[in-house]
Design a protein around this ligand. Structure first.
Ligand code: PGA
Length: 259
């Protein structure tokens, strides 16, 4: 049984004041749910991925809440002359358990290739972090009926080496590029088809046992209004949430939409 994961990707948002308030707001909801024995919001795992600058300030706020801390990117090397970069080991050192790699904004804005994303995902695993590997088709690829081929080829190139690894240390986020930040989420049937395709690729590549245990999230305009429908899908193991993760009420409403 795969436990649903709701991950907030804050992107490049949040100075100290608002970032800490946001983290505290989510923690407050979680603690109140725990205190009152309220199951809502406890049936899923929660993860927040603030910008690098807030990680070490937010870590102590999350202590004892079960909410995990993650980052939005890492460098494939462990250390060295890479000005401005952050290694996976450094993220582990400040208390991160996960790191997003290959987000479409990085693939597009920083020209990240599948090979680079794979190297980052391998580095994350080496450092004891779970990589959340993002894949997704563009609007024109979707219109040309190439979605499944694009997803397979991105997985072929960017998923890490899993030999000897536990399936729970890998998370995949299916994020149609055209749905990110646009308010337009993919249609339920398209999500079902994409997630089925991803799961069958995983089974071919890693075997069915691992394929059944890897979590596959959906991302792209997830909001309180569509969360129940999306999160009730069997093959959707949670959500990677951008814009709506910046408001406590919205993020919590999504978290409590998990069945
Ligand atoms: P969005 O972003 O929820 O704002 O569409 C999702 C993401 O980019 O991870």
């Amino acid at each position: 049984m795969r436990q649903k994961l709701i991950a907030g990707n804050w992107k490049m948002n949040g100075l100290s004041d608002e970032g800490l308030r946001l983290a505290e707001g989510i923690v407050d909801r979680r603690l109140r749910a725990m205190e009152y024995g309220n199951e809502s919001g406890r049936s899923c795992e929660l993860l927040i991925c603030p910008p690098f600058t807030l990680l070490s300030q937010i870590r102590p706020i999350l202590g004892g809440t079960g909410i995990a801390l993650g980052a939005q990117d890492c460098h494939p090397e462990t250390s060295g002359a890479h000005t401005g970069d952050i290694s996976a080991g450094m993220l582990g050192d400040v208390g991160c358990e996960c790191v997003i790699v290959g987000h479409s904004e990085r693939r597009q804005n920083h020209g990240e290739s599948d090979a680079l994303v794979r190297a980052k995902a391998n580095a994350a695993l080496q450092a004891g972090l779970a990589p959340i590997v993002c894949i997704g088709e563009t609007d024109s690829q979707r219109e040309q009926g190439q979605t499944q081929d694009v997803l397979r080829s991105q997985m072929e190139g960017s998923l890490p080496e899993m030999k000897g690894r536990d399936a729970t240390s890998l998370v995949i986020a299916y994020e149609p590029v055209w749905a990110i930040g646009t308010g337009k989420s993919a249609a339920v049937q398209d999500i079902i088809d994409a997630h089925e395709g991803i799961r069958s690729y995983l089974a071919e590549r890693f075997g069915s046992d691992l394929a059944q245990r890897v979590r596959v999230l959906y991302g792209g305009s997830v909001k309180p209004e569509n969360a129940v429908d999306l999160l009730s899908l069997d093959n959707v193991d949670g959500a990677l949430v951008g814009g709506a993760s910046l408001k406590v009420e919205d993020f919590w409403a999504i978290a409590t939409s998990c069945p």
